[in-house]
Design a protein around this ligand. Sequence first.
Ligand SMILES: Cc1cc2nc3c(=O)[nH]c(=O)nc-3n(C[C@H](O)[C@H](O)[C@H](O)COP(=O)(O)OP(=O)(O)OC[C@H]3O[C@@H](n4cnc5c(N)ncnc54)[C@H](O)[C@@H]3O)c2cc1C
Length: 470
Amino acid sequence: MNNSYDIIVIGSGLAGMTAANILGRSGHRVLLLEQHFQFGGLAATFKRRVGIIFDISLHGFPVGMIKSCRRYWNTEIADRIVQLPKIRFDNPQFSIETTFDREDFTRLLIEHFGIAKESVIGFFDKARSLSHYDNDRQTVRELFNEFFPGRMDVVRLLMEPITYANGSTLDDPALTYGIVFSNFMSKGVYTFQGGTDVLIDLMTAELKKNNVEILKSSPVRRILVENGKVAGVVVQKDETKQPQLFRAKVVLSNANLKGTIFDLVGQEYFSDTFIKTAKTVRLNNSSTQVYLAMKSGYLIDENQCGDLLFSSTAPEFSSEKLLAPQITSRTFSFYYPKTRPGTDRCYVVSSTNAHFADWNGLSQEEYLQRKTQLIEQTLDHLEKYVPDVRKHLDWAEAATPATFKRYTGHWDGSSFGTKYEGLAVSRRLPQEIGGLFHAGSVGIIMSGWLGAVNYGVIAANDVDAFLLNQ
Ligand SMILES: Cc1cc2nc3c(=O)[nH]c(=O)nc-3n(C[C@H](O)[C@H](O)[C@H](O)COP(=O)(O)OP(=O)(O)OC[C@H]3O[C@@H](n4cnc5c(N)ncnc54)[C@H](O)[C@@H]3O)c2cc1C
């Protein structure tokens, strides 16, 4: 190991790895440090008993991921991205199946929901035209009211998947909704064939090919700042181990934005106005998940369940209800053997948005009891789609906001980093401290698999330009 690099990347989430790959490929000396014992951040898997492997965040992303992976990774990765054709909704207001693209949504809105064609076209065009550069202050709620006044069923169709995908609410800026929604609507929902572990193995191989040094189980405890500029990082596995110092002119943090500012650097190194703004940045919500592995050889009925199922018992869409501890909405991801060719096992992962506070501070006993309850209620609910599910079940366990915090270090176990206002703070870091950059989930456009990869690209370009000007 060297102890001096051009760039140190903290964190191997999709944004951190993508930035490291681009910078390594351009000939910079890059070190990537990951605190966890595996790479990938939230793009992760975990194994249980022989043959059981669960994907954590492989539920669906927009088609743009193919282009980004081809350009910034390699064709082997891009060629494994395939469409999920059967997206289902089942709730008290409607039960439908869709390919989740503009053409099919237009058909559904007109034929199933009885909306006038002009309103549908107007809505899609407006959603697509919303841009960062406009100063449009419209909220998502106002956008829906403009085109579908009083139609809470339509709001549910258009909003529920996006809220699930990134925690956005009706009070968020319409542009954040418009960009993400339009990304999905261009060609539907995609997944990575082979599973997240294969993706991360291919990515780490590419990083090594591009001479990026990658170290796991290496938590960065401090980002060092000298004379207003980044000087390096301190890594220390635990208190029994000696701290290690790595020097670099650039540190690109893929860790949680607030953690980067307040824990890794320290607020005393920033201007007062910056810290004042950084303190107002809200974290995004967290999640609970229930992971279910079916017995080997048992096949779930694909026609009945589809690939992704947005299921809810709530009478209407409500962002608050989607986060409430009394769960009414679950998004089921069904993984058939085709997801991991060569296997004969089906998996179901049920995800629900959640507040960290609802899971924090519980006694060990209470926490375990709540997890068991979460699993049992999920199984009860799943019976509707997979009859006798308990009979076919091989393994069940749950993750909570505390789990996400533990494995990624995200403040409050946030699933999607910070809310939209985090983007401006993230982008301002290099003006505050020379050589300090951030890439990772900030706001809904810069999170999710595609958003994270693309933010990694943007940050890598900034770093490259910074080093050229040195
Ligand atoms: C339950 C769930 C389901 C999801 N489903 C989807 C989905 O279907 N589609 C989709 O597009 N997105 C989904 N997402 C979101 C998506 O996974 C994330 O937005 C994306 O993977 C985040 O990437 P990132 O680069 O921001 O970093 P992260 O994945 O957050 O990784 C940050 C990394 O930094 C490391 N780190 C932190 N601090 C330190 C430190 N001090 N030293 C060293 N390393 C450190 C962490 O260990 C971690 O590896 C889901 C998220 C969750 C939680």
